[in-house]
Structure formats: C-alpha cells, structure tokens
Ligand binder design. Structure first.
Ligand SMILES: Cc1cc2nc3c(=O)[nH]c(=O)nc-3n(C[C@H](O)[C@H](O)[C@H](O)COP(=O)(O)OP(=O)(O)OC[C@H]3O[C@@H](n4cnc5c(N)ncnc54)[C@H](O)[C@@H]3O)c2cc1C
Length: 358
C-alpha cells in the first residue's frame, strides 16, 4: 500500500520473528521486512548439523516454564516435567525437593548467581508464575530439536513477511532524529519518515550500531555426547539437576546425552579436557565406568545472556521506544526485570509492535 508504513525488523532471532508475527497479525496490510545477518533464522535458539557428531544438534538444550504461555504457542511438542530430580555429587543421593535447590534453579533461570539477582527481577518472575500451580511451574522440554519445535512453526506462520538472510546491518543514517537509511553489507535500504524500524538485535550488536549501555555477559556451555542408545539417569528421569559438580543439568535424549553448565565464567579447562572431565562425572552419577569417551561436541557461548544482576538490570531500557523517533526495541535483554529467555524475547517482539503502532 503506498504511503503505508513499511516495518523493518533487524534480526531474526525469537524476538525478531515474534515482532514479524505480531506485525503481520495486527497490521496485515503493511509491508514487513526482516533483515538477518546469518544464513538462517533462530539466533541463539536454533538447531544445526554437527559435522563432528553427524547429527542435528541444538545450539543449547532449551527448557521453558509452563507459565511461559506466549512462547508456548510456538513450542509445538511439549514434554513436561513437574518436579525435577536433583543429584548431589558429594552424597550420591537424589531428591525432588525443588525448594532445597533454589540457588541451582535461580542460576539456571538467570544465568547469574542467585544472590546477585535483584528483588525486582524475582518479583517479576513470581508474578509470571502466579498462581503457583503445577501447570505454571512445570518445566517443558522436548525431544524434538529447536528448529522443528519452534523456528519452523514460527517461520511457517510468516507468510506475508519478506525475510532477507545474509543482511548484516553495519550502521544507520539519521535525519531529524529519525532513521532514514539502513546500511547493510549488501547495500542500503531507504527508510521513509513514516516507516518503522524494530531492532531485535542482541545487546552486543545493538550497542555496536546504536551505542548506549555496555553490558556484562554470562557464559553457558553445552556438551553433547553421541551415544549408541539413550542413556539411563538415576531414577529413570530424562532431566537431572546436578548439585556440587561441574555439570548443572543432564538431559538424556535419543542417541545423545546433553550437559548444560550455566554461569560458566570460572571454567578454564580446554575443550577436550572439559569433555573428558564432565563425562567422568556423568559416568560416576550413572554408576558406570567413564573410561571410554564417546564422540563429543562442546558449544561455548561466552555471551549467552547479559548478566542479570542489579547493575546490568538497571541498564536495561524501561520501554520499547528507542533513541530515534522511529526506532523500537526488542530482544531478551530489552525487557527489564525479565529473565533473558525465549519468553522474554517473544514478549519483547509484541511490545515493540504495540509501542510502534500506537
Ligand atoms: C547456551 C544458551 C542456553 C539457553 N537456554 C535457555 C533456556 O533453556 N530457556 C530459555 O528460555 N532461554 C534460554 N536461552 C536464552 C534464549 O536463547 C534467548 O533469550 C533468546 O534466544 C534470545 O532471542 P533474541 O531474539 O532476543 O536474540 P538472538 O537470538 O541473539 O537474536 C538476535 C539476531 O540478530 C542477528 N544479528 C546480530 N547482529 C546483526 C546485524 N548487525 N545485522 C543483522 N542481524 C544481526 C543475530 O544473527 C540473531 O539472529 C539460552 C541461550 C543460550 C545462548
């Protein structure tokens, strides 16, 4: 439609795809374009083919809460765990008392030491989880990979959206406090005065292009082991929290054992040594010999999320309105007080669209 705003969305992670989804839903007559630097969508939430293991892997095992109802729309095959099991490495005992493992759960949710998470963030989480009923508190994970589970359903819903892969934004040009040009590695896109730009970039790339606050980041390491069959974990569970070890969570998947280590700044071991040490820990937990190290892949994200402590939470924006009149913000980091999660990313897309089109 001539003279209708064109919505330009930067980044095709969950936040960018969500912005495109809601823009298409509420404004089906507007032109919507997404620009993504990578060759595929999904950002920090996607699957890829591992040449090393010869299978599709997720960039990290993702779990969500039952309370995360917005992303659950696109989480197409839930398997729920009501009470996670925890294994204590020093005592060798397993239990189901989540409250005893609050610190462990907080580190998993915030990727930040529990004691450093500000009260305002804890209150927000409490509000999301309320009423504290089993469906809200359930942990959802899936044996399907992230592409099948979430990215493909989301992409399939974007029939009217143009997605441009391989478009890395380098800088923007502005006039009268509005973005008037997006400068990509592949050329320039003009932005008319009534057009809308939604940034769904991660915090680091947003800062590089638009300036603003510098965040600290927290690391997450995932290790996958290729196994001939699904491995059994104590108590016959498929997801096990580990207390007092290097590993934080173990996931028994078909043909794979996945290990997640959150808030992993302190880990200095080279990859192979880390894979071997964690495998020995996993084998000890399973009560078997760890002498044979199966094929492994270590996926290390030094900037998995921003640190969600008080200082960094304060730097997060209060609203989706960006520094330019036609710039709106999305991305997990942009949702003050929210855990940096799929739910936050998805909700940030909705908030950006609503703010832009008010
Ligand atoms: C290891 C790991 C484990 C996690 N585990 C969980 C979990 O269990 N549960 C959970 O809910 N969340 C988890 N998360 C967090 C979750 O993945 C993120 O919160 C979410 O994916 C963020 O989405 P986003 O769209 O905000 O950002 P991103 O996914 O980072 O998307 C940003 C997009 O912008 C693109 N981009 C960057 N720069 C440019 C540029 N200059 N031009 C164009 N495009 C650009 C990127 O390629 C990317 O596609 C985990 C994250 C990691 C890394």
């Amino acid at each position: 439609m001539r003279n209708s705003p064109h919505i330009h969305i930067l980044g095709a992670g969950i936040a960018g795809l969500s912005a495109a989804y809601y823009a298409q839903k509420y404004f089906p007559r507007l032109k919507i374009s997404v620009y993504e630097a990578a060759a595929v969508a999904g950002g920090r939430c996607r699957s890829f083919f591992s040449d090393k293991l010869g299978v599709e892997l997720d960039n990290a095992t993702h779990v969500i809460l039952g309370a995360n109802r917005r992303i659950r729309k696109f989480w197409t095959a839930d398997e729920f765990i009501n009470k996670p099991s925890f294994y204590n490495v020093s005592t060798g005992k397993t239990d189901h008392h989540s409250l005893k493992h609050l610190e462990h759960l907080l580190v998993s949710v915030y990727n930040t030491k529990g004691a450093d998470v500000p009260l305002s963030s804890l209150l927000k989480l409490g509000q999301e989880l309320f009423p504290f009923m089993p469906p809200q508190l359930k942990i959802c994970y899936s044996r399907q990979n992230l592409n099948q589970l979430t990215i493909e359903p989301l992409l399939n819903s974007l029939q009217a959206v143009e997605i441009n892969y391989g478009y890395r934004l380098l800088e923007v040009k502005t006039r009268e406090n509005k973005i008037c040009q997006l400068c990509f590695n592949r050329g320039h896109v003009e932005v008319a005065p009534h057009d809308i730009v939604i940034s769904a970039l991660d915090a680091k790339n947003f800062g590089r292009i638009f300036g603003g606050e510098e965040f600290e980041y927290r690391r997450i390491i995932n290790i996958y082991y290729r196994t001939s069959q699904k491995l059994s974990l104590p108590g016959g569970v498929d997801m096990l929290g580990v207390e007092g070890g290097l590993s934080h969570w173990l996931f028994a998947l078909p043909g794979l054992l996945a290990v997640t280590i959150s808030n992993a700044q302190g880990i200095k071991l080279p990859r192979e040594e880390l894979a071997r040490t964690v495998w020995q820990e996993v084998s000890k937990i399973r009560g078997v010999s760890g002498a044979f190290l199966p094929p492994w892949e270590v996926l290390d994200y030094p900037r998995a999320t921003i640190a969600q402590d008080k200082a960094n939470n304060q730097k997060r924006p209060h609203t989706a309105q960006g520094a330019f009149d036609n710039l709106y913000l999305a991305g997990d980091w942009s949702m003050k007080n929210w855990p940096c999660s799929l739910e936050a990313a998805f909700c940030s897309g909705l908030r950006a669209v609503k703010t832009a089109l008010k």
